[in-house]
Every structure is written in C-alpha cells, then in structure tokens.
Design a protein around this ligand. Structure first.
Ligand code: PAF
Length: 283
C-alpha cells in the first residue's frame, strides 16, 4: 500500500493505473476510520481493481465555532485498517497541499438542497464539502466513489454536483453501520462521555420509531415528527437541532412526485452533534 502526500503524485499513480486498464474505487474520508468507513472500503475493494482512500480533515467544511481543532486523528490505526482491508493507496495531504496560500475557488450550490436540514445550522458546511470533494475527484480520477448514507444530505448534494459539473465518477451510497445498541457509527462518537454515550441511543430509537410509523402509513408526517420529538426530548442530555421528514431527492416537503422519503435528525448530546436518518421508498 502506498501513502502519498502530494496531489500530483497521486494523480500520476491513478492515471497510470487507468492507462493499464484498472478500474479505480475511491473512498474520501476525514480519517479516524471506523466500521462505517471499513464497509465503504470493503465495497470499493470488492468492486474495483484498485482502491484509493483519502484522509484529510477539511478545514473549509468547519465553521469557526465547530470542532476542527479537536477533530480526532489516528493515522497509524487508519493506515493499518486500510492495509488490512486491501487499500492500494492512501492520499494523505497536509492543509497547504490542498489549500495553498493563493487558493481562490469555491463551489457553492444554489437551491434548497444545501439550505435544508444540516444546511440551516451549518450554512457554510456544504460549500466546503463540495469544494474539497471536487478537488479530490480531480486528484483521484476514479470510476466509483463511495459515501455513507448516514450523511444523506451530503450524498444527495455530491450526487447533484457530479451531475451538474459532469464529473464522470459514479457515486455509490452505502448503508449506515450501527453499534449493537443502534447508535450510528461516527468518528464524533469518540467525544461522548460514558453518560452521554448511554444517552446517545435515543437518537437511533427516534429514527427506528419514525421509520416504523412511516412504514405503517397511519399517521401524518407532522404526527410522526412529533412522536420522534417526544422520544428525543425524554432524554435530558439530548437537545434537538432538527427532526424532519422530507423528499429524499429535493430535501423539501413531500409531494405527489416523491419517490423516497428521508427522515433525518440532528441532536446535540452534550456538546456533540450527532446525525442519523431512515430512508423509505414510497409504494
Ligand atoms: O464525509 C466526510 O468524511 C467528509 O465530509 C468528506 C466527504 C470526506 C469531505 O471532507
């Protein structure tokens, strides 16, 4: 497994593989890899000749008040996991490599998709995500790129960007991986104290109940959202950022044209903001 710090060398290596006829799978990450990332890597390794993982904590997707400085890092554990999983190359750039002093281009998406859900409380977040992901897609010209469905809004936005800007990479969404008690795996779970970790299970409880009620199709969307609110509010350590049920494609109100619905929550457990969701195809 190669570990490369520069964009140019990574691009060269991936282009050589492409010329040799290999298919390329790409898993962009911010490191501190867990079972959720491992499932993306496993899919990529199974479906492509070569797999590239990027590890870069992207500063432009964090607001000044957010957790950039304390975002967890463990490159040794990450590289061991990648090596064991059959990754061929880790792209591991420093900030100056991705954002040199004269860096001046940003991608901002118009329309509702970046303004709903997490976009309401994190208004600059998705511009940072789009910019770094567009850069990464140019540095790693892959056939397939793998993203977790836990970040359903991110997945929808990246799919939209790839369509809008004619990237040739195919975006593949992979299922949420959960702890035994239901909590969705996330690098940010490492911030939780023992009490907070116990309390955090309320997030997936609300998601599972919301999903069941939506499947039963007896209550209105508003009633289901209220039920989910009540469940989360029963936990004193939890503070709701949002609970919403929307059209998965547009992230706005469900309509006659809705093919799949997204039930999504963001909840603070102490200072840690956790997200989770369910997706349901409409019959
Ligand atoms: O999902 C993440 O880890 C990040 O948002 C991503 C896609 C690697 C961009 O920094």
């Amino acid at each position: 497994m190669q570990i490369i710090n520069t964009a140019k060398q990574t691009q060269q290596q991936v282009n050589e593989w492409r010329k040799a006829g290999y298919t390329i799978g790409f898993v962009p990450t911010m490191g501190f890899l867990h079972e959720g990332h491992k499932s993306l890597i496993d899919c990529s390794v199974a479906e492509n000749d070569k797999t590239v993982v990027s590890i870069f904590v992207n500063p432009t997707q964090f607001a000044p008040t957010e957790d950039l400085e304390k975002y967890p890092k463990d490159f040794t554990a990450d590289s061991t996991m990648c090596q064991n999983a059959g990754v061929d190359l880790i792209f591991f750039p420093q900030n100056e490599e991705m954002y040199p002093k004269n860096f001046a281009t940003n991608i901002t998406m118009n329309g509702d998709i970046t303004k709903q859900l997490c976009g309401k409380s994190r208004p600059t977040h998705f511009s940072g995500v789009c910019t770094v992901v567009a850069k990464l897609f140019n540095i790693v010209p892959a056939d397939n790129a793998y993203f977790g469905k836990k970040d359903a809004q991110q997945l929808a936005i990246i799919t939209q960007m790839v369509q809008d800007l004619n990237f040739s990479v195919k975006i593949i969404g992979c299922p949420i991986i959960r702890e035994i008690d239901g909590l969705a795996k996330s690098s940010r779970n490492s911030y939780l104290s023992a009490d907070e970790r116990k309390a955090a299970v309320i997030v997936s409880k609300a998601i599972f109940t919301g999903e069941k009620l939506a499947q039963e199709n007896k209550l209105t969307v508003e009633q289901i959202v209220n039920e989910m609110h009540s469940i989360i509010e029963s936990e004193p350590l939890a503070k709701i950022d949002y609970v919403e049920i929307v059209d998965l494609a547009t992230l706005t109100k469900i309509s006659q044209n809705t093919i799949a619905i997204l039930g999504a929550v963001a909840v603070f457990i102490g200072k840690t903001r956790l997200i989770d969701n369910f997706i349901l195809e409409r019959k």
